[in-house]
Write a protein that binds this ligand. Structure first.
Ligand code: HEM
Ligand SMILES: *[C@@H]1O[C@H](CO)[C@@H](O)[C@H](O)[C@H]1NC(C)=O
Ligand SMILES: *[C@@H]1O[C@H](CO)[C@@H](O)[C@H](O)[C@H]1NC(C)=O
Ligand SMILES: *[C@@H]1O[C@H](CO)[C@@H](O)[C@H](O)[C@H]1NC(C)=O
Length: 362
């Protein structure tokens, strides 16, 4: 009873009306949007503000991609055994002068510079914390990419207390044993690690080879499809820029970059079947990615103290599929590393081998 009264008072204070629709309590905010908790109401305008001021009006472009990468680099410094970083706490934004010195954070400077003034404005307007900002921006940026799952957003992270320590973010030069060990230390299984790497379907590299900024990891960098899981398996024949760089291995397509870490994970017996199972399986990929991201986005947080504000996250456009072999490629080019499972039958796009264009604004 006391709780109901309190909830009513809070709702009135925020200009929100609470109604019971079946079992799920809904509130209607002053701006007409509905959500499950009145404290989420100010976030609808914050999302609009992000779309306009960070994502060039709901684009799945450079800033959206980088906002997703930032959620990983913010959160992964955590250890389930303690003694490392605060997890998904926004420390990468608040302590940027420390964390941007880490080698693994190469290329992160642009998105920090892009997010900081937007964060400051929203911090003044609605008191959003650095952690809530980083993980809301990641969810909204991802939602701008067709095919992506609608990521969760939990609200109420306290301010970060310290920067994460160095050498906690995997590097593309790392071997499978050390990558899986680092993920395990942060609480992720090998299957969850591969699920998180679905992110590389909307990803490009600026600093692996600095002569070719914005070089994508797959031929459909603006779509959250399973194309990256296919293309990493195709026989490599070329380097897209200035020869071989650390963390880079031969790519199958002009204008496309293949990370050494993605390739070794696709070939290793500990992860190859998880990798292959994602190919042309949009449902598996988006379901597993969403679940693993929900863990990542709240690493180190006591979720009992957070409010589920997922319904402020925009609903992504769908991706119809199926995926295809890029023109000139076929089953004969696939480096199968999970022979015990059937490889999906895929059509080949007509025409000559493509050249992938760089992501604009990189
Ligand atoms: C083994 C683990 C991982 C390694 C070694 C790795 C490595 C990299 C590297 C080297 C880049 C290119 C950076 C540049 O040159 O600008 C990159 C980009 C990216 N990564 Fe990862 N990554 C890993 C896991 C993840 C995870 C778990 C996520 C998110 C959940 C993620 C999201 C992204 C995104 C979205 C980009 C593209 C950023 C952009 O286009 O601006 N990565 N990653
Ligand atoms: C880094 O954070 C400080 C506040 O700690 C801020 O003044 C600065 O603008 C940030 N740097 C960038 C590149 O945004
Ligand atoms: C993997 O890398 C770590 C750290 O550099 C190294 O100690 C280890 O020997 C490597 N393992 C293999 C199998 O190469
Ligand atoms: C090209 O790569 C080589 C070897 O990694 C490096 O020494 C050289 O500086 C690079 N050139 C440019 C223009 O970045």
């Amino acid at each position: 009873m006391a709780f109901t009264r309190l909830a009513t008072i809070v709702s009135l204070a925020l200009g929100a009306i609470t109604v019971n629709a079946g079992l799920v309590r809904r509130v209607t905010c002053a701006n007409g949007k509905t959500t499950t908790n009145a404290v989420c109401c100010p976030l609808f305008d914050a999302v609009d503000f992000l779309q306009t001021n960070l994502f060039d009006g709901s684009e799945c472009g450079e800033e959206a991609h980088s906002a997703l990468r930032l959620t990983f680099h913010d959160a992964i410094g955590f250890s389930i055994h303690g003694g490392k970083g605060g997890g998904a706490d926004g420390s990468i934004l608040a302590f940027n002068s420390t964390e941007l010195q880490f080698h693994a954070n190469g290329g992160i400077d642009d998105i920090i510079a892009g997010q900081f003034p937007v964060f400051q404005t929203l911090s003044q307007q609605i008191g959003i914390s650095p952690g809530d900002f980083v993980h809301l921006a990641g969810a909204v940026g991802t939602a701008n990419c067709p095919g992506a799952p609608r990521l969760e957003f939990m609200f109420g992270r306290p301010p970060p207390v310290a920067p994460a320590p160095d050498l906690t973010i995997p590097e593309p030069t790392d071997n499978v044993t050390s990558i899986l060990a680092r993920f395990a230390d942060a609480g992720f299984s090998p299957e969850e690690a591969i699920a998180l790497l679905s992110s590389h379907t909307i990803a490009a590299a600026d600093v692996v080879d600095t002569t070719i900024p914005g070089t994508p990891f797959d031929s459909t960098v603006g779509t959250f499809d399973s194309q990256v899981f296919l293309e990493v398996l195709l026989k490599g024949t070329l380097f897209p820029g200035n020869g071989s760089q650390p963390g880079e291995v031969l790519s199958p397509i002009a204008g496309e970059m293949r990370l050494q870490s993605d390739f070794v994970l696709s070939q290793d017996p500990r992860t190859a079947c998880f990798w292959q199972a994602m190919v042309n399986n949009q449902e598996r990929m988006t379901t597993q990615f969403k679940a693993a991201m929900a863990k990542l986005q709240t690493l180190g947080q006591n979720t009992k103290n957070l409010v589920d504000c997922s319904d402020v996250v925009p609903v992504p456009a769908s991706f119809a599929g199926p995926i295809t072999f890029p023109a000139s490629f076929s089953m004969a080019d696939v480096q199968i590393a999970c022979p015990q499972e059937a490889f999906p039958m895929l059509a080949t796009v007509a025409g000559p081998a493509p050249t992938v264009a760089p992501v604009p604004g990189s």
